[in-house]
Write a protein that binds this ligand. Sequence first.
Ligand code: SF4
Length: 197
Amino acid sequence: MDVNVNRRQFFKICATGLGGSSLAALGFAPGAALAEVREFKLLRTTETRNTCPYCSVGCGIILYSLGDKAKNAKAEIVHIEGDADHPVNRGTLCPKGAGLLDFVHSPSRLRYPEYRAPGSSEWKRISWDEAFDRVARLMKDDRDKNFEAKSKDGLTVNRWLSTGFLAASASANETGYLTHKVVRSLGILGFDNQARV
Ligand code: SF4
């Protein structure tokens, strides 16, 4: 590399360096400037604490949303990060948790119940009430038909083996406890989730 510079070029280089360091001294350092923009972005948001839905680790997350309190505005989650106060992850997230914003805004994300009739290839959107009624109806019919109060040997077993239940690891302790009580009181033994409630 040619390192020869004439006197004029030397002064130009010194002036550029001096200008850059003076701007930094005045608080215009690029790092600080970027940090200010990010803080401003989150300043107007609503913070909601939640749990990552992916795996049994159950990391705490904070969802930042805009528009929650504005009239005629649609609320939207704009940023997600690890919850520094959460005892499980202390603010850290693995790559899956760190990509949660894409999951939330994915065009293929299922946002409502759908039903596919037997033999049909079409999924039809149904209301939450219709979905709950249908699940309750099918569970009741199946339990009435298959519940076993006694085993073949005459032992009291009170079990319902033909239906299973899959719960969510993102539930709080209280929800997990209640889910467990309801499922076991119905006699269901096939009960699980990725966090082993
Ligand atoms: S952030 Fe990663 S480790 Fe934590 S719950 Fe989500 S998927 Fe599991």
